[in-house]
Structure formats: structure tokens, C-alpha cells
Design a protein around this ligand. Structure first.
Ligand code: FE
Length: 206
């Protein structure tokens, strides 16, 4: 569904942050990476998060209505994105061993304390179906600053954290996360196994 009027590179000029989104359901803990968390009202303090429907964290939040957002800072190593973004909570327990100073907040959900400058706890008041994603509108029930470090924007992640593909790599690279598909032709219905973005977000390595 690519629209010739929509230049993907124009959308890449929008600013985003990078966050670890966490949830808990019936004793199971999970988390994923999101780049969309915006405060949209002051009173009551309200945020929106947009979450890909393909992820396990999405389903947990849709059910429990509760989540934490940990705000990643510029010290974040690629391993954090790999740990939370490149594997699914459907197959892996991402909190099996202690990770990045994870602690539980009052809502029973983990937040991270390393590479993080703040976290907040949200309670979902409304859900809007946006096709690939659900927009969760949530009241902030807790927010705490953990450090004065600069938050990692999506642009900072792209330029400083995400590894560049090896000069020898051949094929197609995902412009969102850096995954390399090895092959001459990228199937039109290909979905990035790491970030779940479609083939239109890949570019040919030359
Ligand atoms: Fe990707």
C-alpha cells in the first residue's frame, strides 16, 4: 500500500523519542521498544502511546490497561534495543534475569533504571484502532525523574546507536532498525523480523 504522494524520507524528519514500554499480566512480565509517547494534556496528566499490534506487549496492555514507559537516554547501548525490540515476549521471558536495573513500580510493572532518565506509569482510558497500531490514551498515575541525561531521540539512535551495515553486506537493509535481508530481490510482502516494518521501509545496499 505504498502511496506515491508519501515520501518515506519526509516522515523520517519527524522527531521521536525512544522508550521501553513494559506491561504485566497474570505474573508474566514483558517489554518492547516504542518511539511514540507524547504528553497531550496537563490536567489530568495524559499521554498517548502508539503500539504495533504484532507485539505481545500490545495485547497485554489492551487487556490490563496498565503500562510503564522508561525513557531511554543517549547512553543506551544497542543491546537494549536488541533485548527488548528484536525478540518477542511470546517466545522469550525478557525479565528472566535482572536486566538494566529493572525494578517494579507501584503498579506491579517493571521499569528500567539504567540508561533511563525518567519513567512513568499509565492507566489506559481509551484505545483507538489505527490499522497497524493501537493508540492508547492514558492517564499518568506516576512519573519520576531518574537522571538529568539527554533523552535518545530516534534521530540520535539512527546516527549513533544503530550499527551501520557491514560494507561487505549485500541485499536490503531496514531503514528503521538496521536488519539486513540477504538476497537480490526483497519479497514485496516481506516484514522486518526485528521491528515488523514492511518492505517499503527497506533500501537496497549498494
Ligand atoms: Fe526493521
Amino acid at each position: 500500500m505504498s502511496n506515491p504522494n508519501i515520501e518515506k524520507n519526509a516522515l523520517f524528519k519527524l522527531s521521536y523519542g525512544m522508550y521501553v514500554l513494559t506491561a504485566e499480566d497474570e505474573g508474566k512480565d514483558n517489554g518492547c521498544i516504542i518511539n511514540t509517547c507524547i504528553q497531550v494534556a496537563e490536567d489530568p496528566t495524559t499521554v498517548v502511546i502508539a503500539v504495533n499490534k504484532g507485539g505481545f506487549t500490545h495485547d497485554m496492555i489492551a487487556k490490563t490497561k496498565k503500562f510503564n514507559v522508561s525513557v531511554l537516554d543517549e547512553s543506551t547501548p544497542m543491546e537494549v534495543f536488541e533485548h527488548f525490540g528484536f525478540q518477542s515476549g511470546k517466545n522469550v521471558n525478557k525479565f528472566e534475569s535482572p536486566v538494566y536495573g529493572a525494578k517494579k513500580s507501584e503498579n506491579g510493572i517493571y521499569y528500567l533504571s539504567e540508561h533511563i532518565n525518567a519513567y512513568l506509569s499509565g492507566y489506559v482510558t481509551e484505545m483507538i484502532d489505527l490499522g497497524t497500531h493501537t493508540l492508547f490514551i492514558a492517564t499518568v498515575v506516576k512519573a519520576q525523574k531518574l537522571a538529568d541525561t539527554a533523552g535518545a531521540t530516534y534521530d540520535f539512535y539512527s546516527k549513533n546507536i544503530k550499527p551501520a551495515p557491514s560494507p561487505k553486506a549485500k541485499g536490503w537493509v531496514c531503514k528503521i532498525c538496521g536488519y539486513v535481508y540477504e538476497g537480490e530481490e526483497l519479497p514485496a510482502d516481506f516484514i522486518c523480523p526485528w521491528c515488523k516494518h514492511p518492505a517499503s521501509d527497506f533500501e537496497k545496499l549498494v
